[in-house]
Ligand binder design. Structure first.
Ligand code: ATP
Ligand code: MG
Length: 429
Protein backbone atom coordinates (compact mmCIF):
# COMPACT_ATOMS: atom_id res chain seq x y z
CA UNK A 1 0.00 0.00 0.00
CA UNK A 2 1.32 3.52 -0.81
CA UNK A 3 1.97 5.83 2.12
CA UNK A 4 -0.26 8.91 2.39
CA UNK A 5 1.74 11.90 1.16
CA UNK A 6 1.92 15.05 3.22
CA UNK A 7 1.06 18.05 1.05
CA UNK A 8 4.10 20.04 -0.05
CA UNK A 9 3.91 23.82 0.10
CA UNK A 10 6.18 26.46 -1.43
CA UNK A 11 9.10 27.60 0.71
CA UNK A 12 8.57 30.55 3.05
CA UNK A 13 9.14 33.84 1.24
CA UNK A 14 9.09 32.20 -2.19
CA UNK A 15 5.96 33.05 -4.14
CA UNK A 16 4.18 31.40 -7.02
CA UNK A 17 3.26 33.88 -9.72
CA UNK A 18 -0.15 32.66 -10.84
CA UNK A 19 -1.82 33.04 -14.26
CA UNK A 20 -3.93 36.02 -13.16
CA UNK A 21 -0.78 37.80 -11.97
CA UNK A 22 1.59 36.89 -14.77
CA UNK A 23 0.00 39.23 -17.33
CA UNK A 24 1.29 42.16 -15.31
CA UNK A 25 4.75 40.57 -15.09
CA UNK A 26 4.88 39.91 -18.80
CA UNK A 27 3.72 43.44 -19.66
CA UNK A 28 6.33 44.87 -17.34
CA UNK A 29 9.08 42.72 -18.81
CA UNK A 30 8.10 43.80 -22.31
CA UNK A 31 8.03 47.48 -21.40
CA UNK A 32 11.38 47.13 -19.65
CA UNK A 33 13.02 45.43 -22.64
CA UNK A 34 11.81 48.12 -25.02
CA UNK A 35 12.85 50.86 -22.61
CA UNK A 36 16.37 49.40 -22.28
CA UNK A 37 16.65 49.03 -26.06
CA UNK A 38 15.96 52.78 -26.40
CA UNK A 39 19.29 53.36 -24.65
CA UNK A 40 21.28 50.62 -26.36
CA UNK A 41 21.34 48.13 -23.47
CA UNK A 42 21.70 44.46 -24.37
CA UNK A 43 20.55 41.46 -22.41
CA UNK A 44 22.95 39.14 -20.65
CA UNK A 45 21.98 35.93 -18.81
CA UNK A 46 24.26 34.69 -16.10
CA UNK A 47 23.85 31.48 -14.06
CA UNK A 48 21.77 31.39 -10.89
CA UNK A 49 24.58 29.52 -9.11
CA UNK A 50 28.08 30.90 -8.64
CA UNK A 51 31.09 30.19 -6.44
CA UNK A 52 30.43 31.59 -2.96
CA UNK A 53 33.72 33.47 -2.97
CA UNK A 54 32.56 35.59 -5.93
CA UNK A 55 29.87 37.17 -3.76
CA UNK A 56 32.01 37.24 -0.60
CA UNK A 57 34.57 39.27 -2.54
CA UNK A 58 32.25 41.17 -4.87
CA UNK A 59 29.63 42.26 -2.36
CA UNK A 60 31.96 42.41 0.64
CA UNK A 61 32.40 40.12 3.65
CA UNK A 62 30.99 42.67 6.09
CA UNK A 63 27.55 43.24 4.54
CA UNK A 64 24.03 42.08 5.40
CA UNK A 65 23.92 39.95 2.28
CA UNK A 66 27.16 38.06 2.79
CA UNK A 67 26.96 37.86 6.58
CA UNK A 68 23.46 36.45 6.85
CA UNK A 69 21.33 36.40 3.69
CA UNK A 70 22.95 34.02 1.23
CA UNK A 71 21.65 30.61 0.27
CA UNK A 72 24.92 28.72 0.22
CA UNK A 73 25.66 25.02 0.18
CA UNK A 74 28.38 22.55 -0.57
CA UNK A 75 27.95 20.68 -3.85
CA UNK A 76 27.68 17.08 -2.66
CA UNK A 77 29.24 15.81 -5.89
CA UNK A 78 32.50 17.75 -5.90
CA UNK A 79 32.58 19.58 -2.59
CA UNK A 80 32.54 23.09 -4.12
CA UNK A 81 31.07 25.90 -2.01
CA UNK A 82 28.23 27.46 -4.04
CA UNK A 83 25.71 30.30 -3.60
CA UNK A 84 22.39 31.16 -5.26
CA UNK A 85 22.92 34.67 -6.65
CA UNK A 86 21.70 37.28 -4.11
CA UNK A 87 22.16 40.03 -6.75
CA UNK A 88 23.36 40.31 -10.34
CA UNK A 89 26.29 42.70 -10.36
CA UNK A 90 29.00 40.29 -9.18
CA UNK A 91 28.02 37.63 -11.72
CA UNK A 92 27.78 40.15 -14.56
CA UNK A 93 31.20 41.54 -13.74
CA UNK A 94 32.62 38.01 -13.51
CA UNK A 95 31.21 37.22 -16.97
CA UNK A 96 32.56 40.49 -18.37
CA UNK A 97 36.05 39.64 -17.15
CA UNK A 98 35.84 35.95 -18.10
CA UNK A 99 34.79 36.72 -21.69
CA UNK A 100 36.95 39.80 -22.02
CA UNK A 101 33.94 41.87 -23.08
CA UNK A 102 35.69 45.19 -22.51
CA UNK A 103 38.72 44.48 -24.70
CA UNK A 104 37.70 46.79 -27.55
CA UNK A 105 34.79 48.85 -26.27
CA UNK A 106 32.63 49.64 -23.25
CA UNK A 107 29.38 47.69 -22.73
CA UNK A 108 25.81 48.53 -21.77
CA UNK A 109 24.19 45.36 -20.42
CA UNK A 110 21.25 44.21 -18.32
CA UNK A 111 19.92 41.10 -16.59
CA UNK A 112 16.40 40.40 -15.40
CA UNK A 113 15.33 37.49 -13.22
CA UNK A 114 15.16 35.91 -9.77
CA UNK A 115 17.66 36.49 -6.96
CA UNK A 116 17.73 34.87 -3.52
CA UNK A 117 18.21 36.24 -0.03
CA UNK A 118 17.40 34.58 3.28
CA UNK A 119 15.50 37.49 4.86
CA UNK A 120 12.47 37.77 7.11
CA UNK A 121 9.55 37.81 4.64
CA UNK A 122 7.14 40.75 4.71
CA UNK A 123 5.49 43.04 2.19
CA UNK A 124 8.13 43.99 -0.38
CA UNK A 125 10.67 41.58 1.11
CA UNK A 126 10.87 38.00 -0.11
CA UNK A 127 13.43 35.21 -0.22
CA UNK A 128 13.12 34.74 -3.93
CA UNK A 129 12.50 38.07 -5.63
CA UNK A 130 13.23 39.58 -9.02
CA UNK A 131 15.53 42.33 -10.15
CA UNK A 132 16.15 44.32 -13.27
CA UNK A 133 19.88 44.96 -13.15
CA UNK A 134 21.46 47.46 -15.51
CA UNK A 135 25.21 48.04 -15.79
CA UNK A 136 27.28 50.44 -17.89
CA UNK A 137 30.80 49.00 -17.94
CA UNK A 138 33.86 50.93 -19.06
CA UNK A 139 32.49 54.49 -18.80
CA UNK A 140 33.99 57.06 -16.43
CA UNK A 141 30.99 59.40 -16.23
CA UNK A 142 29.48 61.68 -15.07
CA UNK A 143 27.49 61.66 -18.33
CA UNK A 144 26.61 57.98 -18.07
CA UNK A 145 25.72 58.27 -14.35
CA UNK A 146 23.21 60.97 -15.29
CA UNK A 147 21.95 59.02 -18.29
CA UNK A 148 21.11 56.04 -16.06
CA UNK A 149 19.09 58.26 -13.75
CA UNK A 150 17.32 60.04 -16.62
CA UNK A 151 16.52 56.64 -18.05
CA UNK A 152 14.89 55.57 -14.78
CA UNK A 153 12.79 58.72 -14.67
CA UNK A 154 11.50 57.79 -18.12
CA UNK A 155 10.48 54.33 -16.92
CA UNK A 156 8.59 55.72 -13.93
CA UNK A 157 6.82 58.17 -16.23
CA UNK A 158 5.96 55.49 -18.74
CA UNK A 159 4.44 53.32 -16.02
CA UNK A 160 2.52 56.27 -14.61
CA UNK A 161 4.14 55.93 -11.18
CA UNK A 162 3.52 58.63 -8.63
CA UNK A 163 5.58 59.82 -5.69
CA UNK A 164 8.94 58.26 -6.48
CA UNK A 165 11.77 60.50 -5.29
CA UNK A 166 15.45 60.52 -6.12
CA UNK A 167 18.08 60.64 -3.40
CA UNK A 168 21.65 61.29 -4.41
CA UNK A 169 25.06 61.28 -2.77
CA UNK A 170 28.72 60.99 -3.60
CA UNK A 171 31.06 58.60 -1.81
CA UNK A 172 34.18 60.19 -3.31
CA UNK A 173 37.36 58.20 -3.83
CA UNK A 174 39.29 55.78 -1.64
CA UNK A 175 41.63 58.38 -0.07
CA UNK A 176 38.72 60.69 0.74
CA UNK A 177 36.85 57.80 2.32
CA UNK A 178 39.95 56.89 4.34
CA UNK A 179 40.15 60.40 5.80
CA UNK A 180 36.45 60.39 6.54
CA UNK A 181 36.62 56.91 7.98
CA UNK A 182 39.14 57.97 10.58
CA UNK A 183 36.87 60.82 11.68
CA UNK A 184 33.85 58.52 11.63
CA UNK A 185 35.47 55.81 13.76
CA UNK A 186 36.40 58.48 16.31
CA UNK A 187 32.78 59.62 16.31
CA UNK A 188 31.54 56.06 16.77
CA UNK A 189 33.96 55.46 19.61
CA UNK A 190 32.72 58.60 21.32
CA UNK A 191 29.13 57.28 21.10
CA UNK A 192 29.91 53.64 21.83
CA UNK A 193 27.17 53.50 24.51
CA UNK A 194 24.34 53.98 21.95
CA UNK A 195 25.73 51.50 19.39
CA UNK A 196 23.93 48.18 19.08
CA UNK A 197 25.78 44.90 18.91
CA UNK A 198 25.95 44.86 15.12
CA UNK A 199 27.26 48.42 14.98
CA UNK A 200 29.98 47.64 17.51
CA UNK A 201 31.02 44.66 15.48
CA UNK A 202 31.15 46.69 12.26
CA UNK A 203 32.57 49.98 13.48
CA UNK A 204 36.12 48.98 12.62
CA UNK A 205 35.42 46.80 9.57
CA UNK A 206 32.69 48.75 7.77
CA UNK A 207 31.92 51.94 9.70
CA UNK A 208 29.98 53.53 6.80
CA UNK A 209 27.48 50.70 7.00
CA UNK A 210 26.88 51.57 10.66
CA UNK A 211 25.34 54.86 9.47
CA UNK A 212 22.95 52.92 7.23
CA UNK A 213 21.21 51.66 10.38
CA UNK A 214 17.46 51.46 10.82
CA UNK A 215 17.77 51.38 14.62
CA UNK A 216 15.90 54.45 15.99
CA UNK A 217 18.14 54.57 19.06
CA UNK A 218 21.12 55.25 16.81
CA UNK A 219 19.57 57.94 14.59
CA UNK A 220 20.86 60.91 16.56
CA UNK A 221 24.37 59.49 16.58
CA UNK A 222 24.12 58.86 12.81
CA UNK A 223 22.76 62.34 12.11
CA UNK A 224 25.58 64.05 13.94
CA UNK A 225 28.32 61.88 12.39
CA UNK A 226 30.91 63.53 10.13
CA UNK A 227 29.59 63.55 6.57
CA UNK A 228 31.64 61.89 3.87
CA UNK A 229 30.39 64.54 1.46
CA UNK A 230 32.37 67.17 3.38
CA UNK A 231 35.60 65.22 2.79
CA UNK A 232 35.34 65.23 -1.00
CA UNK A 233 38.16 66.86 -2.98
CA UNK A 234 37.81 69.03 -6.09
CA UNK A 235 37.67 66.19 -8.60
CA UNK A 236 35.00 64.24 -6.78
CA UNK A 237 32.97 67.41 -6.36
CA UNK A 238 33.30 68.14 -10.07
CA UNK A 239 32.02 64.65 -10.90
CA UNK A 240 29.08 65.11 -8.58
CA UNK A 241 28.34 68.57 -9.99
CA UNK A 242 28.49 67.06 -13.48
CA UNK A 243 25.75 64.61 -12.55
CA UNK A 244 23.64 67.30 -10.87
CA UNK A 245 23.91 69.74 -13.78
CA UNK A 246 22.71 67.09 -16.21
CA UNK A 247 19.82 66.12 -13.96
CA UNK A 248 18.77 69.76 -13.69
CA UNK A 249 18.94 70.14 -17.47
CA UNK A 250 16.75 67.06 -17.84
CA UNK A 251 14.27 68.49 -15.33
CA UNK A 252 14.82 65.76 -12.73
CA UNK A 253 14.46 66.68 -9.09
CA UNK A 254 16.76 65.16 -6.49
CA UNK A 255 17.66 65.49 -2.86
CA UNK A 256 21.23 65.34 -1.65
CA UNK A 257 21.21 62.72 1.09
CA UNK A 258 24.63 62.63 2.78
CA UNK A 259 23.51 59.56 4.77
CA UNK A 260 23.04 57.47 1.65
CA UNK A 261 26.00 55.08 1.65
CA UNK A 262 24.98 51.78 0.08
CA UNK A 263 27.57 50.29 2.41
CA UNK A 264 29.98 48.46 0.14
CA UNK A 265 33.66 49.30 0.07
CA UNK A 266 33.98 49.38 -3.68
CA UNK A 267 31.26 51.94 -4.33
CA UNK A 268 32.68 55.35 -5.19
CA UNK A 269 31.46 58.74 -6.41
CA UNK A 270 27.80 58.65 -7.43
CA UNK A 271 25.28 56.64 -5.38
CA UNK A 272 21.52 57.00 -5.59
CA UNK A 273 18.21 55.51 -4.56
CA UNK A 274 14.65 56.00 -5.77
CA UNK A 275 12.29 55.87 -2.79
CA UNK A 276 8.57 56.13 -2.15
CA UNK A 277 6.20 56.30 0.83
CA UNK A 278 3.64 54.15 -0.94
CA UNK A 279 5.17 50.76 -0.13
CA UNK A 280 5.16 50.78 3.65
CA UNK A 281 8.47 50.05 5.31
CA UNK A 282 10.22 48.76 2.18
CA UNK A 283 10.30 52.04 0.30
CA UNK A 284 13.34 51.63 -1.95
CA UNK A 285 12.40 50.72 -5.50
CA UNK A 286 15.80 51.09 -7.05
CA UNK A 287 19.38 51.50 -5.83
CA UNK A 288 22.55 52.11 -7.76
CA UNK A 289 25.87 53.79 -8.08
CA UNK A 290 29.38 53.79 -9.39
CA UNK A 291 31.81 50.98 -8.56
CA UNK A 292 35.02 51.76 -10.39
CA UNK A 293 37.02 49.35 -8.20
CA UNK A 294 35.02 46.17 -8.66
CA UNK A 295 36.46 44.84 -11.92
CA UNK A 296 39.97 44.99 -10.54
CA UNK A 297 38.83 43.58 -7.19
CA UNK A 298 37.45 40.54 -9.03
CA UNK A 299 40.67 39.96 -10.94
CA UNK A 300 39.98 41.92 -14.11
CA UNK A 301 41.81 44.84 -15.69
CA UNK A 302 40.79 48.04 -13.94
CA UNK A 303 37.73 49.57 -15.62
CA UNK A 304 35.10 52.02 -14.40
CA UNK A 305 31.49 50.92 -14.01
CA UNK A 306 28.12 52.23 -12.88
CA UNK A 307 24.72 50.57 -12.58
CA UNK A 308 21.52 50.01 -10.64
CA UNK A 309 19.07 47.32 -9.60
CA UNK A 310 15.28 47.66 -9.49
CA UNK A 311 13.17 45.40 -7.25
CA UNK A 312 10.45 44.09 -9.56
CA UNK A 313 7.93 43.12 -6.86
CA UNK A 314 8.06 46.63 -5.42
CA UNK A 315 7.83 48.13 -8.89
CA UNK A 316 4.76 46.03 -9.69
CA UNK A 317 3.16 46.99 -6.39
CA UNK A 318 3.60 50.66 -7.29
CA UNK A 319 2.42 50.12 -10.84
CA UNK A 320 -0.73 48.48 -9.51
CA UNK A 321 -1.34 51.49 -7.28
CA UNK A 322 -1.00 53.84 -10.25
CA UNK A 323 -4.10 52.24 -11.74
CA UNK A 324 -2.39 51.93 -15.13
CA UNK A 325 -1.76 48.21 -14.98
CA UNK A 326 -3.17 46.51 -18.09
CA UNK A 327 -6.07 44.10 -17.52
CA UNK A 328 -5.32 40.38 -17.53
CA UNK A 329 -7.06 39.04 -20.63
CA UNK A 330 -7.11 35.39 -21.66
CA UNK A 331 -8.08 35.96 -25.29
CA UNK A 332 -9.67 38.38 -27.77
CA UNK A 333 -12.29 35.97 -29.07
CA UNK A 334 -14.19 33.24 -27.21
CA UNK A 335 -15.97 30.68 -29.37
CA UNK A 336 -19.24 29.24 -28.19
CA UNK A 337 -20.80 26.29 -30.00
CA UNK A 338 -23.50 23.63 -29.79
CA UNK A 339 -23.26 20.15 -31.27
CA UNK A 340 -20.33 18.22 -32.68
CA UNK A 341 -20.48 19.65 -36.19
CA UNK A 342 -20.55 23.19 -34.82
CA UNK A 343 -17.59 22.39 -32.54
CA UNK A 344 -15.53 21.19 -35.50
CA UNK A 345 -16.48 24.26 -37.52
CA UNK A 346 -15.53 26.47 -34.57
CA UNK A 347 -12.09 24.87 -34.33
CA UNK A 348 -11.42 25.47 -38.04
CA UNK A 349 -12.65 29.06 -37.91
CA UNK A 350 -10.48 29.66 -34.83
CA UNK A 351 -7.38 28.74 -36.86
CA UNK A 352 -8.37 31.37 -39.48
CA UNK A 353 -8.71 33.99 -36.75
CA UNK A 354 -5.31 33.05 -35.32
CA UNK A 355 -3.85 33.49 -38.82
CA UNK A 356 -4.70 37.19 -38.59
CA UNK A 357 -3.21 37.44 -35.10
CA UNK A 358 -6.30 37.21 -32.91
CA UNK A 359 -6.06 35.29 -29.65
CA UNK A 360 -8.83 32.70 -29.63
CA UNK A 361 -10.16 30.20 -27.10
CA UNK A 362 -12.55 27.57 -28.40
CA UNK A 363 -14.82 26.45 -25.60
CA UNK A 364 -14.14 22.89 -24.44
CA UNK A 365 -16.05 20.85 -21.90
CA UNK A 366 -19.58 21.54 -20.70
CA UNK A 367 -22.15 22.14 -23.43
CA UNK A 368 -24.83 24.49 -22.08
CA UNK A 369 -24.91 27.94 -23.73
CA UNK A 370 -25.34 29.61 -20.38
CA UNK A 371 -22.18 28.19 -18.87
CA UNK A 372 -20.28 28.85 -22.11
CA UNK A 373 -21.24 32.53 -22.00
CA UNK A 374 -20.17 32.71 -18.37
CA UNK A 375 -16.75 31.42 -19.37
CA UNK A 376 -16.61 33.80 -22.34
CA UNK A 377 -17.22 36.70 -20.00
CA UNK A 378 -14.68 35.54 -17.43
CA UNK A 379 -12.04 35.14 -20.15
CA UNK A 380 -11.98 38.90 -20.70
CA UNK A 381 -12.60 38.39 -24.45
CA UNK A 382 -13.80 41.36 -26.46
CA UNK A 383 -16.13 39.30 -28.53
CA UNK A 384 -17.92 35.93 -28.44
CA UNK A 385 -18.62 34.05 -31.66
CA UNK A 386 -21.56 31.67 -31.60
CA UNK A 387 -22.03 28.66 -33.84
CA UNK A 388 -25.14 26.46 -33.48
CA UNK A 389 -27.45 24.66 -35.86
CA UNK A 390 -28.96 27.92 -37.17
CA UNK A 391 -25.53 29.35 -37.97
CA UNK A 392 -24.44 26.18 -39.76
CA UNK A 393 -27.60 26.30 -41.89
CA UNK A 394 -27.37 30.01 -42.74
CA UNK A 395 -23.59 30.10 -43.18
CA UNK A 396 -23.48 33.13 -40.85
CA UNK A 397 -21.71 33.34 -37.49
CA UNK A 398 -23.44 35.18 -34.64
CA UNK A 399 -21.19 37.83 -33.15
CA UNK A 400 -21.73 39.12 -29.64
CA UNK A 401 -19.65 42.09 -28.50
CA UNK A 402 -18.83 41.59 -24.84
CA UNK A 403 -16.63 44.65 -24.45
CA UNK A 404 -16.77 47.63 -26.73
CA UNK A 405 -13.60 48.60 -28.55
CA UNK A 406 -14.73 52.10 -29.52
CA UNK A 407 -17.69 54.39 -29.12
CA UNK A 408 -19.03 53.64 -32.59
CA UNK A 409 -22.74 52.86 -32.43
CA UNK A 410 -22.54 49.26 -33.48
CA UNK A 411 -25.15 46.65 -32.60
CA UNK A 412 -24.18 44.51 -29.64
CA UNK A 413 -25.17 41.46 -31.63
CA UNK A 414 -24.84 40.89 -35.36
CA UNK A 415 -24.14 38.15 -37.92
CA UNK A 416 -21.26 37.77 -40.36
CA UNK A 417 -20.65 35.29 -43.20
CA UNK A 418 -18.09 32.63 -42.16
CA UNK A 419 -15.66 33.77 -44.84
CA UNK A 420 -15.65 37.41 -43.64
CA UNK A 421 -15.24 36.92 -39.90
CA UNK A 422 -11.44 36.95 -39.70
CA UNK A 423 -10.92 40.11 -41.77
CA UNK A 424 -13.83 41.97 -40.19
CA UNK A 425 -12.77 41.24 -36.61
CA UNK A 426 -9.16 42.05 -37.41
CA UNK A 427 -10.03 45.54 -38.62
CA UNK A 428 -12.47 46.22 -35.79
CA UNK A 429 -10.27 45.11 -32.87
P1 ATP B 1 16.91 46.96 1.56
O1 ATP B 1 17.56 48.11 2.24
O2 ATP B 1 15.45 47.14 1.29
O3 ATP B 1 17.25 45.64 2.20
P2 ATP B 1 19.04 46.48 -0.31
O4 ATP B 1 19.96 47.64 -0.15
O5 ATP B 1 19.36 45.20 0.32
O6 ATP B 1 17.54 46.93 0.09
P3 ATP B 1 19.72 46.15 -3.08
O7 ATP B 1 20.70 45.09 -2.82
O8 ATP B 1 20.17 47.49 -3.47
O9 ATP B 1 18.72 46.28 -1.85
O10 ATP B 1 18.65 45.60 -4.16
C1 ATP B 1 18.06 46.44 -5.13
C2 ATP B 1 16.55 46.47 -4.98
O11 ATP B 1 16.01 45.16 -4.85
C3 ATP B 1 16.06 47.17 -3.74
O12 ATP B 1 16.04 48.56 -3.93
C4 ATP B 1 14.66 46.61 -3.60
O13 ATP B 1 13.77 47.28 -4.47
C5 ATP B 1 14.83 45.19 -4.06
N1 ATP B 1 14.97 44.26 -2.93
C6 ATP B 1 16.01 44.09 -2.11
N2 ATP B 1 15.80 43.08 -1.24
C7 ATP B 1 14.56 42.58 -1.53
C8 ATP B 1 13.76 41.51 -1.02
N3 ATP B 1 14.20 40.72 -0.03
N4 ATP B 1 12.55 41.29 -1.57
C9 ATP B 1 12.08 42.06 -2.58
N5 ATP B 1 12.80 43.07 -3.12
C10 ATP B 1 14.02 43.34 -2.62
MG1 MG C 1 18.78 44.21 2.07
Amino acid sequence: MTQPFEKVRALTGMKDILPHESAAWESLEEIVREWLALYGYRNMRTPVLEHTRLFARGIGEVTDIVEKEMYSFRDSLNGEQLTMRPEFTAGMVRATIEHNLLYDRPQRVYCMGPVFRHERPQRGRYRQFHQIDVEALGFTGPDVDAELIVMLARLWQQLGLKDVRLELNSLGQADERAAHRQALVEHLEKHIDVLDEEARRRMHTNPLRVLDTKNPAMQEMADSAPRLFDFLGAESRAHFDGVCTRLQEAGIEYRLNPRLVRGLDYYNLTVFEWVTDRLGAQGTVCGGGRYDGLLELLGGKPAPAVGFAIGMERLLDLWQQSGELPAAVECDVYMVHQGEEAQRKASLLAEELRNVGLRVVVHAGSTGFKSQFKRADASGATVALIIGQDELTSGQVSVKWLRRQDDEARPQQETLPFGDVAETLKTRM
